[in-house]
Ligand binder design. Structure first.
Ligand code: ADP
Ligand code: MG
Length: 271
């Protein structure tokens, strides 16, 4: 692991997020590359809360399907630095753009299996990610896919506080997050990650966000109506029966009818 932030040399910016900036860095002594997320101390309190959540979860997780953390540092100025394993292929949404807008089924089956393994690990450790989407799934040269960005994740305890449920990217939020009375069933939060996974895979196959025509920017009201009142999106006829069935199992509006990670891992599309 990394002992000091000063051992790391900043090479370039990898991405900007809500709370901070992620840099590609090199360890001066070993030459190893890492990703370093820096969150400034003068950020507002909601961002501060996010980063503390993220730190808490990264400290607890140890899975090949979840981006690894190699150290957390707090500078004297109050800035926080999180050293993570460097994923040299970037995010799945960048990859989608590089692949001229769509991904093949075989390729997606491989991705799906790994994201399910990651979710299986998280859910068995009582962690709900709550922000699964292409830009939070990282890929490397070995074609390993890892779940990243735990800023709005939650460690489940016995009760779910309702006021806490509007976090994450609205676009990928499941119907029960908007309307728990209608779609909640036995609402436990985990099923929301499955919905987001279904939307993510659909997007990677068709090349645009499923609830909107290509190129249209999402607006909150239209989206919420589409998610809550419309039929769930599904794959075009060109996809295989296995893939179409898999997506249908993820995109059940009623959360209790959605398959769990364990069930999906045995689905013919990935099994
Ligand atoms: P935010 O909460 O601000 O969205 P993320 O953790 O998603 O923060 O990081 C923002 C961006 O930085 C990502 O979309 C990605 O482009 C890049 N990034 C983050 N972590 C890594 C990593 N471990 N390896 C490579 N790139 C990363
Ligand atoms: Mg992100």
């Amino acid at each position: 692991d990394v002992d000091r932030l000063s051992d790391l040399e900043k090479l370039q910016v990898l991405g900007h997020g809500n709370g901070g900036t992620v840099y590609k860095v090199r360890h001066r002594r070993t030459g190893a590359f890492y990703a370093l997320k820096i969150v400034q101390s003068d950020c507002d309190s909601s961002i501060r809360r996010q980063i503390l959540r993220e730190m808490d979860i990264l400290r607890r997780t140890d899975s090949p399907y979840v981006v690894r953390c190699h150290g957390i540092f707090e500078k004297s100025c109050g800035d926080i630095g999180i050293v993570m394993e460097y994923m040299d292929g970037g995010t799945l949404d960048c990859l989608l753009r590089r692949q001229s807008g769509t991904c093949s089924e075989d390729f997606l089956a491989g991705i799906t299996r790994q994201v399910l393994e990651g979710l299986s690990y998280l859910h068995s450790h009582k962690i709900v990610h709550r922000d699964i989407k292409p830009s939070n799934l990282l890929v490397n040269r070995k074609m390993e896919i890892k779940i990243a960005d735990f800023g709005v994740s939650k460690i489940m305890c016995r009760t779910l506080d309702a006021c806490d449920s509007f976090v994450g990217t609205c676009a990928y939020m499941s119907p029960e997050r908007f309307d728990p009375d209608t779609y909640g069933g036995a609402y436990d939060g985990y099923a929301g990650d499955i919905w987001s996974l279904g939307l993510t895979l659909l997007e990677l196959y068709i090349g645009h966000f499923p609830f909107l025509p290509p190129g249209q920017r999402p607006d909150w009201a239209t989206l919420m109506c589409a998610i809550c009142f419309g039929d769930p999106p599904s794959l075009p006829e060109t996809a295989s029966d296995e893939f179409r069935s898999f997506i249908n199992c993820c995109l059940q509006k009623e959360s209790s009818r959605r398959w769990t990670v364990a069930q999906l891992l045995a689905h013919p599309f990935v099994a």
